[in-house]
Structure formats: structure tokens, C-alpha cells
Design a protein around this ligand. Structure first.
Ligand SMILES: Nc1ncnc2c1ncn2[C@@H]1O[C@H](COP(=O)(O)OP(=O)(O)OP(=O)(O)O)[C@@H](O)[C@H]1O
Ligand SMILES: [Mg+2]
Length: 282
């Protein structure tokens, strides 16, 4: 079975598709600054492929829970379960081939890392007879595979990084196809980023991220400068599942809603300073 997932249009107005079977074998990395349209892009890919392949979404912001209404994904609120329960759940997800959204919204960062690690590791450790293909999407992947030690505990960082490394480096034989998105390439562990063969690069401002992006795309810095000029929802695509030469793609519309809305200016309150002071110190 071949399935081509329509992602949007290139600069000439021609459709750009992702070859789903090829994607399962070659993984995908999406990068772009906040607001560049990464989550929208992931949603477009998830919606387009929901009828073809099992999906697991690691969702730090509870953004993808809306897939459950339209596509029947089971939303799992990670804050309600212990790590042991999450691991057991993940084994059943593989056994029954259920599509799920692991909603990490209610947890602190340490808890998010531990929950994602427990869930992903159990998916990875599932018995061989359950190694069906699973599109495994991790949004904000730099949270789970940080390049450097941060404020989180060393133990949380280690287990989470190990689970992400397994997903991206050794997951393919077990049916796990990693699709990861990050705001900052420089903040994502190099070994995790390097295992993706497909890239969708969105708007990027910082030199250090541009340099990493150029590196991954095999472009010189001058060519890579175009990444700075990309509009919201526009990505530079490259990789065996999409295109052999870099092309720009404008991501098309999505069916399900996101909680993310761009800030809109709203008229300021008109209360006089004294009233405002009274309200604040009441
Ligand atoms: N291709 C597109 N077409 C129409 N609207 C889009 C497109 N891409 C993004 N948007 C809108 O732009 C806003 C930001 O997009 P999105 O939430 O996907 O950004 P992001 O890269 O995931 O940002 P963050 O890193 O902060 O999560 C959203 O309101 C989204 O609906
Ligand atoms: Mg996002």
C-alpha cells in the first residue's frame, strides 16, 4: 500500500506530498521558531495519515487532544496516571494498535519528561509480535531531548533523552517512526536530530540554529539564509519521503482546532488609575 499525504503547495502552486511508507523508514525533523507553524504542520500530517497508520502524539501543551473528536484518538491525561500505569498503557497501545495523544499539559517539566520517557520506552520495549508501524510524533522535542543539562533533575533528563534516542536511532526496526518538532535546533540533542532523514525547516532567526539547519540540509550558509525569510506556515522541505532537492512548501489547512491562537490586540481597560489601584490591592 502506498499513501501520499498532501501537505500543501510549493512556490509554483504544485502539491507537495509526503510518502508515508518512506517516512516510516526515514523519520522527520521539523524546526522553526515559535509561531512558525510547526504544530499546524504536524496536525496536517496527522490528519492526512490518520486513516493509514497508527499514531502516538507526545503533546506537552494538550494541543492535539482535539484529534480525538474527529479521528478517534484516545486522549491520555498523563497527570492522572503513575509511571507504571503509563508504561502498561503504552504496551496495550501497541497490542491493540490504538492511536493516542499523551497529554502532558498538567505536569511540571520534570514530570513531563518522566511520563514521556515511561511511555516511549514501553512502546519501544513492546514484544516483537506487536511491532506494527506507529507514527510517533513528539512536539517540542527539545524538552525531551535537551542538548544540555538544564534546571531539570539529572535522572529525568537521562531517562527522557534515552527514550528519545531509542525512538530516533533504534525505533525503525520496531515499527516506531519518529516525527519530532523543535523551536530551537541548537537546544535539541545532536544524536536525536541527526537520525531524521527528512527535514521541514521553518522560519528561524538565530545564527546558531541557522547553522545547524544548514548543516542538516547540506546547504551553504548563504543558501540557508532563505530560512530567515520564510513566512508563517512556509517550510523548506528536503528528504527521501518528500523531495530530493530542497523546495519550499506552504502548509495547507487543517480540519481540527488548536488551542493555540496568535495574540490579537484588544482595547485596553479604561478604569482610572485610582480604581485600578483599588482593585489590585482590595
Ligand atoms: N499553514 C498555516 N496556515 C494557516 N494558519 C497557520 C499555518 N501555520 C500556522 N498557522 C497559525 O499560526 C499560529 C502559530 O502556529 P503554530 O501553533 O503551529 O506554531 P508553532 O511553530 O507550533 O509555535 P510554538 O513553537 O510556539 O508552539 C496558529 O494560530 C496557527 O493556526
Ligand atoms: Mg507548537
Amino acid at each position: 500500500m502506498t499513501a501520499r499525504i498532501d501537505m500543501g503547495l510549493d512556490s509554483g502552486g504544485n502539491p507537495v506530498a509526503v510518502d508515508l511508507e518512506e517516512l516510516l523508514a526515514t523519520r522527520l525533523l521539523v524546526q522553526g521558531n515559535s509561531g512558525s507553524g510547526k504544530s499546524h504542520l504536524l496536525r496536517r500530517l496527522l490528519e492526512g495519515s490518520a486513516g493509514y497508520v497508527q499514531q502516538v502524539v507526545v503533546d506537552p501543551e494538550g494541543d492535539f487532544v482535539s484529534l480525538s473528536e474527529a479521528f478517534g484518538h484516545i486522549a491520555v491525561d498523563a497527570a492522572e496516571y503513575s509511571l507504571t500505569e503509563l508504561a502498561r498503557l503504552a504496551l496495550r497501545v501497541r497490542e491493540h494498535r490504538a492511536s493516542v495523544v499523551l497529554n502532558l499539559e498538567g505536569l511540571e517539566i520534570d514530570g513531563q519528561m518522566r511520563a514521556a520517557a515511561a511511555f516511549l520506552s514501553a512502546l519501544f520495549d513492546a514484544p516483537r509480535e506487536h511491532w506494527y508501524p506507529v507514527l510517533t510524533v513528539v512536539d517540542e522535542a527539545q524538552l525531551f531531548a535537551p542538548a544540555a543539562a538544564g534546571e531539570v533533575t539529572e535522572e529525568a533528563r537521562r531517562t527522557s533523552l534515552a527514550a528519545m534516542t531509542n525512538l530516533m536511532c533504534r525505533g525503525r526496526k520496531r515499527g516506531l517512526a519518529g516525527v519530532i518538532a523543535t523551536q530551537r535546533l541548537a537546544k535539541l540533542a545532536k544524536n536525536v536530530a541527526a537520525e531524521a532523514s527528512n527535514f521541514l525547516m521553518g522560519r528561524t532567526f538565530l545564527d546558531i540554529d541557522m547553522a545547524r539547519a544548514a548543516d542538516l540540509l547540506g546547504m551553504d550558509r548563504r543558501q540557508a539564509d532563505t530560512i530567515r525569510d520564510l513566512a508563517r506556515g512556509e517550510f523548506l522541505a528536503l528528504g527521501p519521503a518528500i523531495t530530493r532537492r530542497p523546495i519550499s512548501v506552504r502548509i495547507g489547512a487543517v480540519q481540527t482546532g488548536s488551542k493555540a491562537v496568535s495574540p490579537k490586540l484588544t482595547p485596553l481597560p479604561t478604569a482610572p488609575t485610582q480604581d485600578m489601584r483599588d482593585m489590585l490591592f482590595a
